[in-house]
Design a binder for this molecule. Structure first.
Ligand code: M6R
Length: 610
């Protein structure tokens, strides 16, 4: 969602902030703006649309200065217009602020500020923050006024404030939305996410909720909202700047699809041995305790929820643990019954998804333990959880999740197998077979990537269709949901729906007519024959079947209008391998339709509001 960048240092501030904002473009946005202190006062420039509009305007009429805050806005309150774009300023134009999140009590705050004579220019919730700072600063020093303001806010925020009266510092704070401090040599950043600062530094400070920070070119000072100093050691980010660049690929999504053999390998490294699975000492101890849990609840949103659905099949079938899976936004509101014997497994790439984070907090309040499967170190969910299985997939920039998903599935395989072993649920021969099978997965994914030309041909053949079904059974059912999500996410012209193939007859089949494309996942499984029958049912109604099948399956040819083979593997690992043609299919359909693949309209990478 919104991207924040604040910069204090010796480099030209406008190009530095623009460059960092570009590295946050993946978060999704619809307008952008910058405020610069030029030695005399604050100048603001905003544009609707993409950053290039703002950059063009700044090239035409440059702004120069010593420190700046920049923002990419994903509209929540008020349309994406220039007036609603950030930064917002106070009545006198001496303060400028950017914000990510939602201020839930903005209406009350706005009414009282209007009564005090403040003039509002936008329809945003954000604008109340800057007027409140202005109001408190009438009687308090600026840093105190800033922190006092934050205490009045309900909802979520990450903010960065620039004040003409204090031209050597920027002020930031967070509560429920991410904000990191990048500590460079003689320069300091505030940013929504690490990729924004990677080109300049790998040394970062992670802020906790309800913490404020003052940054200057020399460094940062973290405090509570009451102003009490907080000691915080910087962390060194393992990612480098190359991992957040396209590397010659047309899109980040394509690059990330092709990275999967390596990213899956990274998820396995140091954990999967020839005869055993181990984690660090703390996680091993946690899993030992977890193996005695009576029930697991897997929560997540979007793709992470689909990973959870795959996890349910794995954990129940192989580790013999009862599992529920919930969409995080439902879990938090359905009044789940939790206790000490339940462990909640929160699956999340970013570690910042608002609904998943709220689910984690709820679980902890009710005495349940929380394990996070997460990609981003230092993220909110990683810090709240009792234990974390990091997926180590590197930064995922494209809005559509690909490598993070297969790494989540890989982490779930590791979790399933180690819990199954601890619970004595896996016979010795099966254990050896599973371990050998999992070792092979990166290579199988590498081989699956070789089907790209065939997938591309199929994608081009069906690219003009506007409705797709995706069908599968057992492990292939969540894969079908994920395949459909990928397509509708990056190709907004298309309606795509995933179903359990057995559900077809209970409704959706009524829509099938000549030429309606249906993607079938028909890889090797105990329900293969049933899927083959479902394919025939679609063909009998003149639907077109694009079939993903296991290499060497001769029988399937007569059922398919387009056929894509993937390497054979244990059914347990098949969702990882099968994800590859589904991702590539969505990518090439979207490309044929000239869609904005990495930043689809209306979507954000990290959904930090409810
Ligand atoms: O960062 P998270 O894994 O918590 O994000 C959850 C979803 O927002 C995310 O998976 C979303 O569905 C992706 N854009 C899917 O490609």
């Amino acid at each position: 969602m919104c991207g924040i960048v604040g910069y204090v240092g010796k480099s030209p501030v406008v190009s530095t902030v623009l460059d960092s904002l570009r590295r946050l473009e993946y978060r999704g946005y619809d307008s952008a703006g910058i405020a610069v202190f030029n030695g005399h006062g604050i100048q603001v420039r905003k544009r609707t649309g993409k950053l290039k509009e703002l950059a063009a305007s700044l090239q035409h009429q440059p702004l120069e200065g010593r420190l700046a805050v920049g923002h990419t806005r994903w509209a929540t309150h008020g349309e994406p217009t220039e007036l609603n774009a950030h930064p917002h300023t106070d009545c006198r134009g001496e303060l400028a602020l950017v914000h990510n999140g939602i201020i839930e009590n903005y209406a009350q705050l706005k009414a009282s500020l209007l009564a005090r004579g403040h003039r509002f220019r936008s329809q945003t919730d954000t604008e109340v923050i800057i007027h409140l700072v202005e109001e408190y600063a009438k009687r308090l020093p600026l840093p105190v006024a800033f922190r006092r303001t934050l205490q009045d806010l309900r909802g979520s925020y990450a903010v960065c404030l620039l004040a003409a009266s204090d031209p050597k510092r920027l002020y930031g704070a967070r509560c429920g939305s991410p904000l990191v401090v990048g500590l460079g040599r003689g320069e300091t950043f505030l940013a929504s996410d690490v990729p924004a600062v990677l080109a300049r530094t790998r040394k970062v400070l992670y802020l906790n909720d309800q913490e404020a920070v003052e940054i200057s070119a020399e460094g940062a000072r973290v405090t509570t909202l009451e102003g009490k100093p907080v000691a915080r050691k910087p962390s060194l980010v393992a990612w480098d700047v190359a991992s957040a660049q396209k590397d010659g690929h047309a899109h980040f999504m394509l690059k990330e699809i092709h990275e999967q053999p390596a990213t899956i390998e990274q998820t396995l490294t140091g954990r999967l041995g020839r005869a055993q699975i181990t984690f660090d000492r703390r996680t091993n101890a946690f899993l030992k305790e977890l193996s005695r849990a009576e029930r697991l609840i897997l929560i997540g949103c979007g793709t992470a929820y689909h990973a959870g659905l795959v996890g349910e099949y794995m954990l129940e079938e192989v580790a013999k643990i009862p599992v529920d899976v919930d969409v995080a936004s439902e879990f938090r509101y359905r009044g789940p019954m939790l206790d000490r014997n339940t462990t909640v497994v929160a699956i999340t790439q970013s570690g910042e998804t608002a609904d998943t984070l709220a689910g984690v907090k709820l679980a902890k309040e009710q005495g349940a333990k929380v394990l996070a499967i997460c990609n981003v170190m230092g993220s909110s969910i990683a810090r709240q959880a009792d234990a974390v299985l990091y997926t180590h997939a590197g930064p995922e920039i494209a809005v559509a999740s690909t490598k993070a998903y297969t790494s989540q599935l890989t982490a779930l395989c590791l979790l399933t197998l180690s819990l199954g072993k601890l619970r004595g649920a896996i016979p010795a021969a099966a254990w050896r077979r599973y371990l050998a099978g999992l070792q092979e997965v990166p290579e199988l994914v590498r081989r699956a990537l070789r089907v790209e030309p065939a997938v591309k041909r199929a994608a081009q053949r069906y690219a003009s269709a506007r409705d797709f079904y995706y069908l599968g059974r057992r492990y292939n059912y969540p894969s079908a949901l994920e395949g459909a999500l990928k397509l509708k996410e990056i190709c907004p012209l298309i309606h795509a729906e995933g179903y359990a193939a057995g559900e077809m007859k209970h409704g959706p089949i009524s829509l099938i007519r000549r030429g309606w494309p249906v993607v079938f996942l028909a890889t090797e499984s105990p329900v293969y024959d049933k899927v083959a029958s479902n394919i025939e049912e679609v063909r009998a109604r003149k639907g077109e079947c694009i079939v993903i099948a296991s290499e060497g399956d001769r029988n399937i040819r007569r059922h398919a209008d387009a056929l894509i083979f993937v390497p054979r593997t244990e059914e347990l690992f098949s969702p990882i391998v099968n994800a590859v043609p589904l991702q590539l299919f969505a990518y090439h359909v979207a490309r044929a339709n000239r869609c904005d693949i990495d930043q689809p309209p209306n979507l954000a990478k990290s959904v930090t509001v409810e």
